[in-house]
Design a protein. Structure first.
Length: 367
């Protein structure tokens, strides 16, 4: 066999191997995706089943009229029988979780954003689109509006159960609500977080417990920036929907002077740059003026014509709302946000939200 024939055989073998590898990759991706869908379908089916189990238990209790001790004894016997006939997975604890699940969700309608997806059961007049583990977590959220918000966001953003727990623990709903007007608060419960304008991405405080710095420890702005960069994905998630990272310590030169922006982000939903400056000391009017200059520079020399005006965010340890309002023009695209290095007191956030809504209603009644 000559050299030319050998080369031809090698070439054909290479083509075959390459085609086989590409075909195998496509088939593998298809099968993996199908398995995910099957697992998801099975999981959602179990959610409906657990909901019905919870309903049976509540009906048997006659809406709480049965004595608690009697109910526990019944559940114990039910658990023993189901475990004997169906196998593991039917402990008293599981049965109690189904009861809590039914009580939590039987009195709340399906959020509007979820109505268009998933399939509804013939017997359950509500749609479920998350896993059983997600709904176990959501069952512990007492506020109906907050629970609806977290259900929408967990579904649309594909939150893991760990991240769902973190967002609930950080009081995300309350932090967003306190940055909204009354109509937007109601919208959070029916549509989740909708990003249409710069103020929609603002929450107070921005919680950075994941970066590992202690509130009572000594650290510099450089340490804070480095800690954020080391947990960049978590930081972008905490900042909100649509955020992408572009640069740190971004330098630009103006009239032979160099300036540095701590973090340059981009929000794909708003189609604009978001400049972030980190401040550890009290926020000053000089800080606000400097950020205004950064924003002006990006608007005039960096952003494209199709992009929206640049947003400036001063992420500070302490802020003064009166100073911000007095220093900046009303149409300024600049925001001061406080950051926290530990999870906030959720009860305090909830109390603030209740007071804010009560104050708003009082003003409405006076008009």
């Amino acid at each position: 066999m000559g050299g030319t024939e050998m080369n031809e055989i090698k070439k054909n073998n290479h083509i075959i191997e390459s085609r086989a590898e590409q075909l195998a990759e496509r088939i593998e991706a298809l099968v993996v995706e199908a398995r995910k869908k099957i697992a998801s379908t099975v999981n959602v089916a179990m959610v409906y089943t657990y909901y019905e189990v919870g309903r049976y238990i509540v009906e048997d209790e006659q809406d709480g009229k049965v004595r608690a001790e009697y109910g526990k004894r019944v559940l114990k016997r039910v658990s023993e029988r189901l475990t004997s006939n169906l196998g593991k997975g039917w402990s008293v604890d599981t049965l109690e979780k189904t009861r809590r699940f039914f009580l939590a969700f039987s009195k709340s309608a399906t959020p509007q954003r979820i109505l268009a997806v998933g399939e509804i059961s013939a017997t359950v007049q509500r749609k479920f689109v998350l896993s059983w583990n997600h709904y176990q977590i959501l069952s512990h959220v007492d506020n109906l509006e907050a629970r609806s918000f977290y259900e929408i966001e967990a579904f649309e953003q594909q939150w893991s159960t760990r991240y769902l727990q973190r967002q609930i623990g950080s009081g995300l709903y309350e932090r967003l609500a306190l940055s909204c007007d009354k109509d937007e608060v109601m919208r959070l419960a029916t549509e989740g977080q909708v990003v249409e304008k710069p103020s929609d991405i603002i929450k107070d405080p921005v919680v950075l417990e994941f970066i590992g710095l202690k509130p009572d420890a000594s650290y510099s702005e450089s340490d804070l920036e480095g800690a954020i960069i080391s947990r960049l994905q978590d930081f972008l998630l905490e900042m909100g929907k649509g955020f992408l990272f572009e640069a740190r310590q971004k330098r630009f030169t103006f009239e032979e002077r160099h300036f540095y922006v701590d973090l340059v982000l981009y929000n794909r939903l708003l189609q604009c740059y978001v400049l972030v400056d980190l401040k550890m000391d009290d926020l000053t009017h000089q800080d606000l003026g400097q950020m205004q200059m950064y924003v002006n520079y990006y608007d005039r020399f960096v952003k494209e014509d199709f992009e929206k005006p640049t947003i400036g965010i001063l992420l500070c340890e302490r802020k003064n709302d009166a100073l911000v309002e007095l220093t900046l023009p009303k149409d300024a695209n600049i925001y001061a946000q406080q950051y926290a290095l530990c999870l906030p007191d959720k009860a305090l956030l909830q109390q603030k939200l209740r007071e804010w809504i009560a104050e708003f209603k009082q003003k409405e009644d006076e008009v």
